[in-house]
Write a protein that binds this ligand. Structure first.
Ligand SMILES: [Zn+2]
Length: 152
């Protein structure tokens, strides 16, 4: 357990919230340079999808990626608006714009599930060369890298 803390779904979840909050805060701050509110919200929607996707990268569960990215983006956006862009609709904007972030997190969570499933499928077929450590196929007789004869 302690040897791979980032594989722990809960710590990955907390990490996703933190990353999402931080990046959403940065995106919220950067958006104050965009002059019109329509453009600002539009650009933020895309930026936050990317934020959610980045935040959800370590998560292997889609719904967890959604919640993590959504919560983080909501907090980050709310803070960014309180600090740099005071407006009467801060909560509404944060609630709405956290959605694309959640979608990004969900998407990456799903990709993560597929990635995990695929790696579990291919791992039993993979061996390592005993002399150089290169990955070799299950049916290989000679190492492609150091040309050692594979005995097992
Ligand atoms: Zn080798």
């Amino acid at each position: 357990m302690a040897s791979a803390p980032l594989r722990n779904p809960l710590s990955a979840f907390v990490l996703a919230i933190l990353i999402s909050a931080l990046l959403a805060g940065v995106a919220g701050y950067a958006s104050t340079y965009i002059p019109f509110i329509e453009f600002r919200l539009f650009a933020l929607g895309f930026a936050l999808f990317a934020v959610g996707a980045l935040a959800g990268r370590r998560i292997f569960i889609g719904s967890l990626g959604f919640v993590g990215a959504y919560l983080g983006a909501f907090v980050g956006l709310l803070l960014a608006q309180q600090l740099f862009w005071f407006n009467a609709y801060a909560e509404l904007i944060a609630l709405g714009l956290a959605l694309p972030a959640g979608a990004g997190g969900f998407m990456m969570g799903k990709v993560g599930v597929h990635r995990l499933a695929r790696s579990q499928q291919t791992t039993p077929g993979l061996r390592r060369c005993s002399s150089c450590g290169a990955r070799v196929g299950a049916s290989a007789h000679k190492c492609w890298s150091c040309k050692a004869t594979l005995t097992y």
